[in-house]
Write a protein that binds this ligand. Structure first.
Ligand code: GAR
Length: 205
């Protein structure tokens, strides 16, 4: 069975969307492990409620070695794909090499807008509203050495209204995230995704 690891730092609504799609039979895979870099993350509870093995790796304890520990666990448990879903630590080193084009991330904007260092959570939506864009959305992309720079797999857009608060825009974008992330996982697990340099080619049917 295709095995995925989901990496989280917070509430884990994207994790929940994957759990729900596995339960519904849309995704034919097992969430082998949930890894959090924050022991208080609510996503850990979501995992436990669904009998999914979850570990919290404290940034204090692992520091620079956090990615190495994630690599060790992922290899021990024969993980096929790593999904970062609201995971705020940087992925680096051997983990990137050994899992090249096998780590995906969800970002709450249309990359290359409002991404990169410091752009996470509500900051992203505040920046989009302040800029005055009329469209925002979410992006699922492969993870490479940069921050939010890897090849793009799926993007979904939402309108931005003049009177929007960051929280309202976040809610609208999250609904699209919960569609996009399971869709990307399904495309990858069914072998429909090929990467040619920066371009991701998706096979029809
Ligand atoms: C999501 O909006 C995700 O796109 C974002 O954090 C939120 C996590 O929500 N990620 C980033 O901003 C990464 N740069 P969740 O814990 O409810 O899935």
């Amino acid at each position: 069975m295709y095995k995925i690891a989901v990496l989280i730092s917070g509430g884990g609504t994207n994790l929940q969307s994957i759990i729900d799609k596995v339960k519904a039979g849309y995704l034919d895979c097992k969430i082998e492990i949930v890894i959090s870099d924050n022991e208080k993350a609510y996503g850990i509870e979501r995992a436990k409620e669904n009998d999914i093995y979850a570990v919290a790796l404290s940034k204090k304890q692992y520091g620079d070695k956090l990615s190495d520990e994630i690599l060790k666990i992922s290899q021990e448990r024969n993980v096929d794909l790593i999904v970062t879903a609201g995971f705020l630590s940087i992925i680096k080193g051997d983990l990137l090499k050994k899992f090249k084009n096998r780590i995906i991330n969800i970002h709450p904007s249309l990359i290359p807008s409002f991404c990169g260092k410091g752009m996470y959570g509500l900051n992203v939506h505040e920046a989009a509203i302040e800029y005055g864009v009329k469209i925002s959305g979410c992006t699922v992309h492969f993870v490479d050495e940069g921050t939010d720079t890897g090849p793009i797999i799926i993007q979904k857009s939402v309108p931005v209204f003049a009177e929007d608060t960051a929280e309202e825009l976040q809610k609208r974008v999250l609904e699209k995230e919960h569609e996009a992330l399971p869709e990307a996982i399904k495309l990858i697990e069914t072998g429909k995704v090929k990467v040619h340099e920066r371009k991701v080619i998706i096979e029809n049917n």
